[in-house]
Design a protein around this ligand. Structure first.
Ligand code: ADP
Ligand code: F6P
Length: 324
């Protein structure tokens, strides 16, 4: 292996830059050339590719987003689109590829690996929805961003004696809501994995108010309202009508995808990036890197994608107990 490529794909995540830096620096350290593919699979099809150097990844470890940019690309889902991508890889002499992204990006990586391109995936998504790994790059930073928002909203919630709904990202996986909700002492955490009973939520708010609680924080994962008929604002109105407690709603949105990566994300991304290069140098392909108990490991993409996400019910129950 003499030349590898790297791309970021799907929703961006803080820590992707730290991973890019690690791939580029460890590859060059080991005598490989590295080509940066801009805009994910779209840029691959278009040949939007430039060589990366030691200094092209300088001053990025602390930056959110991805210097390689990201995209979603429908053409790459087709056989024809992937043929174009493979031609481009051949023209540029790229023998191995590191793909940083979520499950969709991994499905694309698998197809490239089946077509003979040595491909390794790194989990880059704020959602933490890849079951095979304890954590994905970006999740820790996002939880900290949400926690900061919860703390600030709690200040004003207390001053006014209000209830505040905070809607966070996570369409099918409630980990952002669960971790930030537990760490932020939320009164209620509403997740796609558990659903909710509005009367239970209201009862808890009223019980809290009656024992002198001044604030009520409800962390709501976007997946719950996206699937149902209600949006966060309608839910807020219903809670206000049922409890008489003035209720405000904050949808955090894309603020959760940006910002300087946390220590954990930078370290994990750095370790995973170096590991990807190590695997490519051993001619490994069709694998993704994960972390369990602070140990890195590699797993076949198919096996990783087939792993069922286990919802951490213990944490959910604990959050309920601690917020009575
Ligand atoms: P994420 O990687 O964050 O899950 P997406 O699901 O949007 O994000 O996937 C990112 C890109 O990966 C898609 O735009 C598409 O180009 C590619 N992709 C997703 N699923 C497949 C698939 N089944 N086959 C080939 N490419 C895919
Ligand atoms: O998958 C990451 C994620 O941030 C989800 O939590 C969110 O629902 C989605 O991406 C938003 O995607 P878009 O980039 O299309 O706004």
């Amino acid at each position: 292996m003499k030349k590898i490529g790297i791309l970021t794909s799907g929703g961006d995540a803080p820590g992707m830059n730290a991973a890019i830096r690690a791939v580029v620096r460890s590859a060059i350290y080991n005598g490989l050339k590295v080509m940066g593919i801009n805009k994910g699979y779209q840029g691959l099809i278009e040949g939007n590719i430039t060589e990366m150097t030691l200094s092209s990844v300088g001053d990025i470890i602390h930056r959110g987003g991805t210097i390689l940019k990201s995209a979603r690309c429908d053409e790459f889902r087709t056989e024809e689109g992937r043929k174009k991508a493979i031609n481009v890889l051949n023209v540029f002499g790229i023998e191995g590829l590191v793909v940083i992204g979520g499950d969709g990006s991994f499905r694309g990586a698998k197809k490239l690996s089946e077509a003979g391109i040595a491909t390794i995936g790194l989990p880059g998504t704020i959602d933490n929805d890849l079951a095979y790994t304890d954590f994905t790059i970006g999740f820790d930073t996002t939880v900290n961003t949400v926690l900061d928002a919860i703390s600030k909203i709690r200040d004003t919630s207390t001053s006014h004696g209000r209830a505040n709904i905070i809607e966070v990202m996570g369409r099918h996986c409630g980990d952002i809501a669960l971790y930030a909700g537990l760490a932020g002492g939320a009164e209620s955490i509403i997740l796609p994995e558990e659903g909710f009973d509005i009367d239970e939520v209201c009862k808890k708010l009223l019980q809290g108010k009656n024992r002198g609680k001044l604030h009520s924080i409800i962390v709501l994962a976007e997946g719950v309202v996206a699937e149902g008929s209600q949006n966060a604002f309608e839910l807020g109105k219903e809670i206000e009508d049922k409890t008489g407690i003035e209720t405000r709603v904050t949808v955090l949105g894309h603020i959760q995808r940006g910002g300087s990566p946390s220590t954990n994300d930078r370290i994990m991304a750095s370790r995973m990036g170096a590991k990807a290069v190590e695997l490519l140098m051993k001619d490994e392909s069709g694998k993704v890197i994960g972390i369990k108990g602070n140990e890195l490991f590699a797993m076949d993409i198919d096996e990783a994608l087939a792993t069922d996400k286990k919802f951490n019910k213990d944490m959910y129950e604990l959050a309920k107990i601690l917020s009575i």
